[in-house]
Write a protein that binds this ligand. Structure first.
Ligand code: TGC
Ligand code: FAD
Length: 388
């Protein structure tokens, strides 16, 4: 189905500036014209549309709010709107942009040296180089503080050993931001493809995020110069601060996936007839559609307030957790309801809700699972941590 109309029941458009609306609409057209025609094939084949990466760079969609050489330094609200439109296309497209911008460019811009910024930021912003972010390990997902990957001092450099699992863009990346335990605490390193001892492996058989590369990073005595270390990144707080940026983008992004599900189900319900009437005339179908538009509207309000607070310098961890937790669960519920309204047609890839539903299972888990975010917000309101 084409001709997406957008979902704006509460006129949030009136709260956006001309620049915000214009960028949002440009990304919406890009997704309609350049991305959506190919997504079914990429999802079936388990491939990412590599040919679109230069266009993502030219349009300024890679790290739009990052500040530094070659970067645009736009507002958080604009970054959010971009994520929303990309994820209306597919969570894999938004994931690519999240990792590149929030998890690779952002830590380089905040924790890197001037040389690291000059070398990497313009290339990453333009999409000429691709990055990935290695925090999770096979035995340390929700608890990254237990990481076993280690970097030891070796003369004037470092020796890196260990592995990272479930890494988005692992097999596409020219550079990996890798978090490792050192004698001085957790540190971040820029590990480049081709360095002896650094290899990557593809994870096959995903039923979710199929149009996204996911893999493993393996470090076997990788010799790194000291200039590969991000000198400003000290302790677990450094990788967790990157997650805060990416989780913010996810909170917006999944609203786009939910909007696409709602829009698809609404139009189907107006056209599909049973008992000689459009199914949209039945009370139970209307109830599902109303639930969807209500929950999308509430999530849009959360995002806009979160974005305005971020742009005012308030980017509080529990606020981001509340929005990521609420909005991903909301989008997953919308995808399931839309799939239901489509009946049997909903189980094929002729329609998008089944694809969004499968993708959102990953989004529910990555960047902190739904329950981890429950416990982050729980700790904030009770003053009692469930973790330590
Ligand atoms: P804890 O003691 O709570 O924190 C250690 C230090 O870090 C600070 N901190 C944060 N700072 C900035 N942003 C955040 N989000 C932060 N969360 C914590 C904290 O204040 C403390 O600072 P300090 O100064 O006292 O040292 O750490 P903990 O070990 O108890 O763990 C807490 C927990 C469970 C909340 C945390 O580890 C967590 O968030 N776990 C979830 C792990 C996760 O989200 N992994 C994501 C991996 S990347 C990914 O999934 C990419 S998907 C990419 C895509 O395709 O889009
Ligand atoms: P676990 O931590 O083993 O959790 C399993 C279950 O136990 C969950 O339900 C969880 O909520 C629950 N649980 C755990 N601890 C608690 C607790 N204290 N209280 C209550 N319940 C708890 N990581 C990266 O570093 N970089 C990436 O680019 C990246 N990309 C990803 C892409 C995909 C497609 C996926 C699926 C994952 C990706 N990840 C990435 C990893 C992701 O961040 C982890 O999967 C996530 O943090 C959860 O870790 P885990 O899978 O080991 O689950």
């Amino acid at each position: 189905m084409s001709g997406y109309r957008g979902v704006d029941f509460y006129h949030f458009d009136r709260c956006l500036s001309d620049e915000e609306r214009s960028i949002r609409d440009t990304v919406r057209r890009f997704v309609d014209q350049s991305f959506l025609p190919g997504i079914r094939g990429h999802f079936r084949d388990g491939t990412f549309p590599l040919d679109l990466i230069p266009q993502l760079g030219e349009m300024g969609l890679l790290g739009p709010s990052v500040k530094g050489p070659g970067c645009m330094g736009l507002s958080g609200v604009i970054y959010g709107l971009i994520c929303q439109e990309l994820e209306r296309g597919d969570s894999g497209l938004r994931s690519f942009a999240s990792v590149q911008g929030s998890l690779v460019m952002w830590p380089i811009s905040v924790y890197g040296t001037d040389e690291q910024k000059e070398k990497w930021l313009p290339e990453l912003a333009a999409g000429r180089k691709i990055g990935c972010f290695g925090l999770t390990e096979a035995d340390h997902g929700s608890d990254p503080g237990g990481m076993e990957t280690r970097a030891e001092r070796d003369g004037d450099g470092w020796l890196l050993n260990g592995s990272k699992l479930w890494i988005t863009n692992a097999n596409l990346a020219d550079v990996a931001v890798v978090w490792a335990r050192t004698p001085e605490g957790v540190s971040g390193f820029l590990v480049e493809r081709g360095m002896p001892g650094f290899t990557t492996n593809v994870i096959h058989g995903k039923y979710s995020l199929r149009a996204s590369d996911t893999g493993e990073l393996v470090f076997d005595n990788v010799r790194l110069p000291d200039s590969a270390r991000l000198p400003g990144a000290r302790g677990l707080k450094a990788p967790l601060s990157c997650l805060n940026q990416a989780r913010y983008g996810i909170a917006w992004g999944v609203v786009g996936a939910a909007q696409d599900c709602y829009d698809t189900a609404l139009r189907y319900s107006q056209e599909r007839k049973q008992f000689d009437k459009p199914i949209g005339s039945f009370q139970l179908v209307q109830q599902k559609l109303v639930t969807m538009v209500t929950e999308i509207t509430k999530a849009q309000g959360l995002c806009l307030q979160l974005g305005r607070l971020k742009d005012d310098g308030i980017n509080d961890v529990p606020l981001v957790s509340l929005s990521k937790r609420n909005n991903v669960a909301m989008a997953l519920d919308c995808a399931r309801m839309a799939r239901d309204i489509l009946g049997a047609a909903g189980v094929t890839d002729e329609f998008s809700p089944g694809r969004h539903m499968a993708n959102l299972e990953s989004v529910y888990t990555y960047e902190g699972t739904h329950d981890i975010h429950t416990l982050i917000v729980g700790a904030e309101i009770t003053g009692l941590s469930a973790f330590r």
